[in-house]
Every structure is written in C-alpha cells, then in structure tokens.
Design a protein around this ligand. Structure first.
Ligand code: GLN
Length: 278
C-alpha cells in the first residue's frame, strides 16, 4: 500500500499541487474508510481494484471532490457534484467573520444567495443553533444537493431552500421578509479569465462567470440588499482578489459602510456590509 500511494503521488505531480493528499483521499474513498484510518492501517491494507481508474480520472484533471463526491468545508462533510461549485477553503472567512460578529448578537434569520451545495448556509446554521435560514439558488440540481446536505448534517428542520433566479424581476419578494445575516458567494469571475482545467472543465460556469468584468451579479445583489437586510443586519459578500475597490464603490453608493477582509492566502476575499448610519 505504501508503495502504491508513493507511485500514485508521483503520477499526480504534474496535475496537482497536492499529489500525495489526492492519492490518499482517492484510496480512502475506494476503501470506504477515513484518511486517518488509511494512514493508521497502511501496512495492513491491500491495494483494491479500481485505484488506477480513479487515478486516471484525476490525471485528466477531474477534481478529487468530484471523484469522491464530497468536500469538507468548515470541518463539515458536503456532498458535491458537477452541479455545484466545490466549497473553497477561502470562503471559510465568511463563516469565521459571521461567528466573530455573531458572538454577541447571534443572527436568527440567515439568507444564502446562490447557495449551491448549501455550504455557507449550513456551516452558519451549525454555528448558530437558534437560527433558521433560507438558501436560494437558480439551479434545481444545486438545490437537490443542498437539501441532501441539510439532511445529512441534521439541519433540515432549520433550513429552507428556494428556487429563484436573481435576474428575474421582483425576485426579492419571494423571500418574504428581512434577514439579519446575508451570505453570498456569487459568480464573480471575468469571462476573460483563464481558469485551471479543474475549474473550467468540471465546475458549473453559471456559478463562476459574471460578465466581462466579473461584476454582473454584484450589480444585482447589492442593490437588492435594501429589500432583504434588516436595519442592523450584516451582509457578507465574497469577492475576487482584485474586486474590493469596485464592489466597495458600488456598495457605498447604495448606502452601506464597507469593511474588507482577507482570506488565508492574504487576498481580499470578503466585504462586510452594514447600513451606514449617517
Ligand atoms: N473562487 C472561485 C474560483 O476558484 C470563484 C468563485 C466564484 O465565482 N464565486 O475561481
């Protein structure tokens, strides 16, 4: 087994920045055990049939999360597929910030715009046991996945999912009320951007691309906050590393005070919006 993992890691070096981890995750998946158990029991395990087929898929740039059908976010397991954006560690800054701000005044009504796998909404609900939340998405397949995730995390009694498209007129009305915490990781990639093959060939373009400047969805979401955000509520909006300036200007024009936060890699990743009291 040790040799098989070593060889697999070597074979993945040209396609992955984390070849050893990828090999371990694929092997653990095939054996139906956790990565921890794989590493603990390494000498006792035989290499199962089918490992090379999984390696071939990874060598063709398919993300590990798609091959194993799962990705961890905020230390919770999320089922994923090609219908949803794979939750990124960078987005955990939204949850970290929600927890920081919510410690004194925990939110009770949470909205996740473009919920996809449900990762942001469900991670937030796991932190705020008194809160209920709505995850909105324009993709029925994504909502099915979000439903599954709510069920398997034991959060379905507090999570509701709504099929709705924010390019439609009056879409905010179907949300029926105000929220004290709004989360959003909207599409924000420029259609001119060059993405890795993992992303461009396997992840849903609808969840990624937002026009020539990557700004199209912010121009819809930020003005709509007016109808959705409670007076003392906060909105946590994910941004691309080079979008803080433009999105801040847009939000300030709409009357919000804006604070920018960085992800683990030190890139601008999050804007915290509050209604400006002045
Ligand atoms: N951060 C994502 C990427 O890897 C983009 C996510 C998004 O558009 N919301 O490209």
């Amino acid at each position: 087994m040790a040799a098989a993992l070593r060889q697999a890691a070597q074979a993945l070096e040209t396609v992955s920045e984390t070849p050893r981890l990828d090999a371990e995750l694929l092997m653990a998946h095939l054996l139906g055990i956790s990565r921890q158990d794989l590493l603990l029991d390494l000498p006792k395990l035989d290499v199962p049939d089918g490992f090379s087929a999984l390696l071939e898929r990874r060598k063709a740039h398919e993300p590990v999360a798609h091959i194993v059908g799962e990705r961890e976010f905020w230390s919770l397991p999320f089922q994923v597929s090609a219908d949803v954006l794979i939750p990124r560690p960078d987005s955990e800054i939204l949850i970290e910030t929600a927890v920081e701000i919510g410690t004194d005044h925990p939110p009770t009504h949470i909205l996740d715009l473009g919920t996809g796998s449900g990762a942001l909404l469900l991670a937030a609900l796991s932190e705020f046991p008194e809160a209920r939340g709505v995850g909105m998405d324009a993709s029925p397949a994504a909502l099915a996945m979000a439903h599954n995730n709510a069920d398997s995390l034991g959060l379905s009694d507090r999570a509701r999912f709504l099929l709705q498209d924010w390019t439609m007129a009056d879409w905010t009305q179907s949300l029926g009320g105000l929220f004290d915490l709004i989360l959003a990781n909207p599409p924000y990639v420029s259609t001119k951007a060059e993405l890795s093959r993992e992303v461009s060939e396997f992840e849903p373009h609808k969840a990624l691309f937002a026009g020539a400047q990557g700004m199209d969805d912010y121009h819809v979401i930020i003005p709509a906050l007016d109808a959705l955000l409670a007076g003392d509520g906060i909105a946590l909006i994910e941004i691309g590393f080079d979008q803080a300036g433009q999105v801040t200007i847009l939000a300030e024009k709409q009357g919000y005070a804006v604070e920018c936060k960085q992800d683990l890699g030190g890139n601008d990743r999050l804007l915290v919006l509050r209604r400006d009291p002045v």
